[in-house]
Design a protein around this ligand. Structure first.
Ligand SMILES: NC(=O)c1ccc[n+]([C@@H]2O[C@H](COP(=O)([O-])OP(=O)(O)OC[C@H]3O[C@@H](n4cnc5c(N)ncnc54)[C@H](OP(=O)(O)O)[C@@H]3O)[C@@H](O)[C@H]2O)c1
Length: 271
C-alpha cells in the first residue's frame, strides 16, 4: 500500500494515476474525501497534515508514502513534519518521497533526521501554472504576465510524478535530491505563442510591472515571503530556474515532456 498526500493536487493526482497504472494499491489522504474525485479502487481517507493525529489511521499498513511539504492555502511549510515523520516510522513506513517547495523546510529536515528512507523531488516552475491564464485567454485572447522574456525550464506535472513514482517503486534512490525540470527553457512569450498554436488563435501578451505581479500573486493567496521570492525569480533568477537538467530521463528512462505536448493536452482549458 502506498499513501499519497496532496493526492487531489496538480502533482499528487498524477502520482496516484501513475501508481494505479503500475498496478499498485493506493491510499489517498484528503481533508475532503467527498470531493476528491480519484480513480476507482483508490482508498481515500480523511486527514489533515496540520493535525497529525488525524493522519495516523491512513498510515496503517503503508509501505511507502508521498509527502507534500506544505499545509493549507499559500503553501505555508508543514510545521507538524516531525510528528508526521514519527507517526510514519512507528507505523512501519519504509520510504518517503517529499515534494519540496521553493525552499527546503521542516519536512525535508524532519525526514532527514528520522529513520525513513527519503528522496526529495524538487521541481522548478510547473507547466500547469499556465492554467492561471485560461480565463483571460478564453474571454479576451490575452495574457497578463510579468517578466515576459525571462526563461524558465518549466516541467510537466506528469514528469514530476514520474520521478516520484520511480523513486517510490524502485530501489537505489534513497538519500537523493532530484531537481526536476522540463526539456527546454521557455519565456512567457514562447509559452503564450505555444498555447496560441495549440488552440489556433493569436494571443496577446500584456507585460505587467513588478508591482502588478506582486498584486496578482497576493490576490492568488500567496504569502509575502513567496511573493518576494517569485518576484526575485523574475528580476534576478538563479540559474536553477532556467537550467535544463537531464533528471527526468535519467530517473524514468523517458525524455521529459515538452510544453507543446502540455499545451496540446490542455487545449480544451484555453478554448
Ligand atoms: N506551482 C509551481 O510552479 C511550483 C514549483 C515548484 C514547487 N512547487 C511546490 O509544489 C507544491 C504544490 O503542489 P501542487 O501544485 O501539486 O498542489 P495543489 O494543486 O495546490 O494541491 C494542494 C494539495 O495539498 C493538499 N493539502 C493542502 N493542505 C493540506 C493539509 N493540511 N492536509 C492534507 N492535505 C493538504 C490538498 O488536498 P485536499 O484539499 O484534498 O485536502 C491538495 O491535494 C508546493 O509545495 C509548491 O511550493 C510549486
Amino acid at each position: 500500500m502506498i499513501l499519497v498526500t496532496g493526492a487531489t493536487g496538480t502533482v499528487g493526482r498524477q502520482v496516484v494515476h501513475q501508481l494505479v497504472q503500475a498496478g499498485r494499491r493506493v491510499r489517498a489522504l484528503s481533508r475532503n474525501p467527498a470531493a476528491a474525485n480519484l480513480p476507482a479502487g483508490v482508498e481515500v481517507l480523511a486527514g489533515d497534515l496540520a493535525v497529525p493525529e488525524t493522519v495516523a489511521p491512513a498510515l496503517a499498513g503503508v509501505e511507502a508514502m508521498h509527502l507534500i511539504s506544505f499545509a493549507g492555502e499559500g503553501y505555508a511549510p508543514l510545521e507538524t513534519a516531525p510528528e508526521i515523520v514519527e507517526l510514519s516510522t512507528r507505523a512501519g513506513v519504509g520510504k518517503v518521497t517529499v515534494l519540496t517547495g521553493y525552499q527546503v523546510g521542516p519536512v525535508e529536515r524532519a525526514v532527514e533526521a528520522g529513520g525513513l528512507e527519503w528522496i526529495h523531488v524538487q521541481p522548478v516552475e510547473f507547466m500547469a501554472n499556465a492554467l492561471g491564464w485560461a480565463e483571460s485567454i478564453r474571454t479576451e485572447g490575452v495574457v497578463r504576465a510579468g517578466f515576459p522574456d525571462q526563461p524558465s525550464a518549466k516541467v510537466h506535472e506528469a514528469d514530476i510524478a514520474a520521478v516520484v513514482v520511480a523513486a517510490l517503486l524502485e530501489d537505489g534512490h534513497a538519500g537523493k535530491s532530484y531537481p526536476v525540470t522540463g526539456p527546454e527553457a521557455l519565456t512567457a512569450t514562447d509559452t503564450v505563442r505555444t498555447i496560441g498554436a495549440a488552440i489556433g488563435r493569436d494571443l496577446r501578451l500584456i507585460e505587467l510591472t513588478e508591482d502588478q505581479v506582486r498584486d496578482q500573486l497576493r490576490a492568488a493567496g500567496q504569502p509575502d515571503e513567496v511573493v518576494e521570492s517569485l518576484v526575485g525569480f523574475g528580476t534576478n533568477p538563479p540559474p536553477e530556474v532556467y537550467t535544463v537538467l537531464p533528471t527526468v530521463e535519467e530517473v524514468t528512462g523517458r525524455p521529459a515532456r515538452t510544453f507543446t505536448q502540455w499545451a496540446t493536452e490542455h487545449a480544451g482549458a484555453f478554448r
